[in-house]
Design a protein around this ligand. Structure first.
Ligand SMILES: Cc1ncc(C[n+]2csc(CCOP(=O)(O)OP(=O)(O)O)c2C)c(N)n1
Ligand SMILES: [Mg+2]
Length: 351
């Protein structure tokens, strides 16, 4: 995506800057996240997805912008995504075909069909799949950040946690440990207004989730989670600060979960007016696009080209894997038992 160097950059008060190429790359990841999820919905309706399908509709901005503030590549920063952070995985280098294979539990998926959706790792690319138990990735990522600190490596860990997940004991224990040890850890707290069907006033008594982090002596800010620029800038600042040995930083992103917990959930408990308002006035991709075009940072044609490219890439990734087989049943055993029984001794073969 080479562009004339004369195009303006987005400069921030903290000194961070994004070139026109980077602005377009962020747009690419936003579009890729949304388009890939839309493709997954189609596959889900064709019963090709195994297990649940979790959307990040309306939250793509915070996932992409926060991950984009990290250093990416071998032996660089590491993040741990939740089910609604597909965008962050794509930024770190996960391929659409890997995501599709994971959701369809294909034999060729990164976990060979043993795990689903975003539950997979690639530490070379810099991501560690989540443990399903909410809150547990905070101490796990604190451990990773402790490793960086002990080895004196200038690397940072970034971990996402939902407004519901912040009610777990492990969140508090992990954050306290990270604070006391002044670990290079950035925590993104997602205030998306729902945890399954539980709204904020039934979940916590603080106004801002940042208040919880401040209670542990952690630097904490609240930002508009649907403003890509604000999230990028806040994360960039936090990441650089953590890299300089200044300790943990918590960033609360205010956003909205515009779909149900998963695709099966009809959201009957969500006020329709709220959904409409967040969609029409506060869509992160629309806002980002308007800002880019309004400030003449990119040309409309460049965005259109990216839209086309994303469609082609998602089509090609789907074609590449949709008819692939599921793993053979025997393949579930190696890697689980030290001495797996031979195929002819398996109980289901004897039935
Ligand atoms: C310790 C624990 N309790 C309950 C669950 C079941 N569970 C999975 S997702 C979820 C809701 C999570 O809400 P939130 O943390 O706000 O994240 P969001 O879904 O809004 O992204 C629950 C209760 C779990 N995985 N782990
Ligand atoms: Mg939530």
């Amino acid at each position: 995506m080479a562009l004339p160097a004369t195009r303006p950059t987005a400069a921030f008060p903290t000194g961070a800057a994004l070139s026109a190429d980077q602005l377009l790359e962020i747009y690419y990841f936003l579009r890729l996240t949304r388009t890939l999820e839309e493709r997954l919905v189609a596959l889900y309706r064709q019963t090709k997805v195994i297990g649940g399908l979790f959307r990040s509709l309306g939250q793509e901005g915070e996932s992409v912008a926060s991950a984009y503030a990290l250093e990416r590549g071998r032996h660089k920063d590491i993040l741990s995504p939740l089910i609604r952070n597909l965008g962050s995985l794509l930024v770190m280098g996960a391929q659409p075909v890997e995501i599709l294979r994971q959701y369809m539990a294909k034999a060729e998926s990164p976990t060979r069909g043993r795990e689903l959706n975003v539950h997979f790792n690639d530490l070379e690319k810099g991501y560690l799949g989540q443990i399903s138990h909410l809150g547990d990735m905070i101490p796990v990522m604190a451990g990773i950040a402790l490793t960086f600190k002990l080895r004196r490596e200038p690397r940072v860990g970034l971990v996402y946690i939902g407004d519901g997940g912040m009610s777990t004991g492990t969140f508090h224990e992990g954050l306290n440990l990270a604070a006391v040890q002044r670990l290079p850890l950035v925590v993104i707290g997602e205030y998306n207004h729902w945890a399954y069907s539980t709204p904020p006033d039934k979940q916590f008594a603080v106004t801002d989730l940042a208040e919880k982090a401040k209670g542990y002596g952690v630097q904490a800010v609240t930002v508009d989670g649907n403003d890509v620029f604000a999230v990028y800038e806040a994360t960039r600042f936090a990441v650089e600060r953590a890299r300089r040995g200044k300790g943990v930083h918590f960033i609360e992103v205010k956003t909205y979960r515009r779909k149900g917990h998963a695709e099966h959930d009809d959201q009957h408990y969500v006020p329709k007016a709220d959904l409409e308002r967040w969609a029409s006035e506060n869509d992160p991709i629309d806002r980002y696009t308007q800002r880019l075009l309004g400030a003449d940072m990119v040309a409309e044609g460049d965005l259109k080209d990216i839209d086309d490219r994303v469609r082609v890439e998602v089509d090609q990734a789907t074609d590449a894997c949709v008819d692939e087989p599921l793993p053979p049943a025997e393949s579930a055993l190696p890697g689980v038992y030290v001495d797996p029984p031979s195929a002819d001794k398996l109980w289901f073969k004897a039935l």
